[in-house]
Ligand binder design. Structure first.
Ligand code: TYM
Length: 325
């Protein structure tokens, strides 16, 4: 690994099966950049426990995301793959950044507001969630943070905290940014005014692990409208088609749409065929990896060792600058 490369960091919560929004929004962009950047791919288990969860299932879910990263194209020989809670410095830097974060900024976060709405009395973890996310990236002096559009506000806070720290204690952190020019927001198949999300239930999302029949059913019954028109649902189908089909196919379908010569059934059938093909190699690779868990364990051991080394150097520098040494 070349240390002169800029660092990339992205994280995924182990909250169940990965959906196509996670894959297209974050994993694939990271896969496409792993030669360009010194990449850190993290399973953010400490973030996932801010929501109600089953402790007995967490271990398997964490393993699941590790398998998804590798099956999805992350090459452990090029990139550092690890689990957030295996590197205690994430929490340490979070506390240090906590001391310079205005509470008002945290209360403005959409995610926090949504939780407040849903659970009435959210725990401190959900309020402080974005500080831990900032710590994740800044610990490695990450510059590139490929994430979906839903994370824009969190990235803004991360940038503000890096700038504020540099102003208060001296130049320390590069200012990270989302390196995806038009971050994706894949919408729910079932309710296309909302983003695709596990919390909306399996009808809303296409899981990377869905079998061909399920994928076809979900796409064929996607909510669009009756007459062909650019509704939120149609736009979502075109966004997905653009991601999983060859450019020519996308252009051809789009032209037919513009000429009012396209039926939803045709658009959906074409998308379903390409989607099934798109996830197939990921599913095959994942099945192979399931039988090779020793290999996974060794990758994680190596990954967290490398992560801890860099993390402890940053913590030492930060503590010194803050007068704590
Ligand atoms: P999480 O696990 O909710 O989502 C993981 C990634 O998937 C993207 N994503 C989507 N992209 C497009 N369309 C969608 N419908 C969609 N749904 C999810 C998310 O934007 C994300 O990139 N807070 C982060 C995890 C995190 C993190 C970090 C990310 C923790 N620390 C540091 C980057 C850097 C999250 O909510 O992940």
């Amino acid at each position: 690994m070349n240390n002169k490369k800029q660092r990339l960091f992205t994280g995924i919560q182990p909250t169940g099966s990965l959906h196509i929004g996670n894959y297209l929004g974050a994993i694939l962009p990271a896969v496409n950049r792993q030669d360009e950047y010194d990449s850190f791919l993290c399973v953010v288990d400490l973030h996932s426990i801010t929501k109600p969860y089953e402790p007995k299932d967490l271990r398997d879910q964490i393993k699941g995301v590790v398998l998804d990263y590798i099956a999805g194209g992350i090459d452990p020989d090029k990139s550092t793959l690890f689990i957030q809670s295996h590197v205690p410095q994430h929490c340490e830097l979070m506390w240090l950044l906590n001391t310079i974060t205005p509470v008002g900024e945290l209360q403005r976060m959409i995610q926090y507001k949504e939780f407040k709405e849903r659970f009435k009395e959210p725990q401190g973890g959900i309020l402080n969630y974005p500080i831990l996310m900032a710590a994740d990236v800044l610990l490695y002096k990450g510059e590139a943070v490929p994430v979906g559009d839903d994370q824009t506000q969190h990235i803004e806070l991360m940038r503000d905290l890096a700038k504020k720290f540099n102003r208060m204690f001296g130049d320390t952190f590069p200012i990270p940014k989302n390196t995806i020019q038009n971050p994706l927001r894949i919408m729910s198949m079932h309710d296309p005014d909302k983003k695709m999300s596990k919390s909306l239930g399996p009808k809303s999302y296409i899981a990377i692990s869905d079998n061909p029949d399920t994928i076809r059913k979900k796409i064929m019954s996607a909510v669009t409208g009756t007459d062909i028109a650019m509704t939120a649902g149609t736009k979502n189908l075109f966004t997905l088609l653009e991601q999983v089909a060859p450019k020519d196919t996308y252009n051809h379908m789009y032209e037919k749409f513009e000429n009012k010569d396209l039926q939803y059934s045709e658009l959906k059938a074409v998308l379903a065929d390409y989607m099934v093909e798109f996830v197939k190699p990921i599913q095959e690779k994942r099945a192979e990896l399931e039988n090779n868990l020793d290999y996974i364990a060794s990758i994680l051991a190596e990954g967290s060792e490398r992560a801890r080394k860099i993390a402890s150097e940053t913590i030492e520098e930060v503590k010194q600058k803050m007068g704590l040494m």
